[in-house]
Design a protein around this ligand. Sequence first.
Ligand code: ARG
Length: 485
Amino acid sequence: MPTPVHSDSPRRDAPRAPQDASPGAPRSPSLWGAGFAEPMDATLAALSCSLGQDLPLADADLLASAAYARALGRCGVLVADEAARLASALEQMRADLASGEWRPGDAEDIHSAIESEVTRRVGEPGSRLHTGRSRNDQVATAFRIAVRERARELIDGVRALQSALVTRAEEEIDTLLPAYTHLQRAQPVRLAHWLLAHFWPLERDAARLAGARERANELPLGSGAATGNAFGVDRAWLARELGFARVTANSLDAVGDRDFAVEIVFACSLLGAHLSRLAEELVIWSSAEFGFVQWPDSLATGSSLMPNKKNPDLAELVRGRSAATIGDLVSLLALLKGLPAGYQRDLQEDKPPVWRATGAARSSVAAMTVAVERVTFDRARMTAALSDDLLATELADAMVERGVPFRQAHQVVSALSAEARAEGIGWRELLRRRPERTPAPLSPDESLRLDFRAAVERRGTVGGTARAAVLAQIDYARARLAEAP
Ligand code: ARG
């Protein structure tokens, strides 16, 4: 007895196909038609169907198809009136898709769904739309349109997060706290400087997204299945119509190139890593041990068991989600590395990683923006964490200023710090108790005068922690935000 074969269950993160789309089992005739004696086996049909994961391409494909219809009119494949009717039917379908009036279904993929629907709407000219075109150049075109749009949206999101960080930096210009290395207290720093330390990685992310967008913005349409377009469509005109900066130079490369997909997913991976580092720091800082950060109730969660808990789930989820994006990058690179030039069907697997990675980046950036805007920084806890050891470098530097070679000053202060540590007190307390331990040639007074604010002020070089240097950094950050990446 034949085993009934069911269609693939929808992919976890792929957009869900509408109810009337039955993945894997299109009922309409296949696109390659008459030469095949048997219908497609259900196992292959299930594997082959990409309609669910193609839905984010629908609008882009309609846009590109309408432009292609007009291009066919311009080169004489369609008479002017047919081309115009076909193009406006496709434009109407965009509106119907947006309003939910038309839902693609009953097709192997979005390209065939669109072609059969437009043919149903306008009749014969619909069956001429695919002249000279292949789904290979069609999918590459729609995918590039979708990727460049997602890059644009992500840049806007990253910009909003950067601007939240600069605003907080302005508010916290005079707040001091320890800077950590190896998660151990190191030297005093301005909270503004720490906030800006998370601004610059995002500046590089925005530039990477802009670069990915720029390189995606090349038109493959007119490359046909592999070797170009035999009907003389005007590719430069198509590029202008669709807002592409230029046309691709080689048809075989154009249909197999997915560098733009890898690039946007890489940009999302590194962005995810940066968000994850910021998230990690907010998680640590909101522990009772640090107490530097408090989450507003609206951005925290409780425990179903422990009534005392207030958890930083927002930051943990952002940190956790960035992992899958790294996996998406690896999936894409592995997908591509063995493929011959030109289109290979493996390439159908290129979309889910891009949708997932860009979707995760979008929601994580939005969540971190709200977090940066709304967490409370506990200035008193930060001040309380400024312990003597943070001034050990200052003490050594003060000896250097009085002529002691740095290496020697370091040894002396290191021994003094160890002694204080052993007694469970700070080195300043030790000097108060035993002034004779003051490192020569400093006086006890000179040593005890060293303070946190003076320490940050001494670092006035570009990129340092002096007030003026941090204010200049804020100005520079604002100027970068004003420029389009
Ligand atoms: N669904 C396909 C994809 O995403 C469209 C291109 C199909 N081309 C082909 N020769 N079967 O790659």
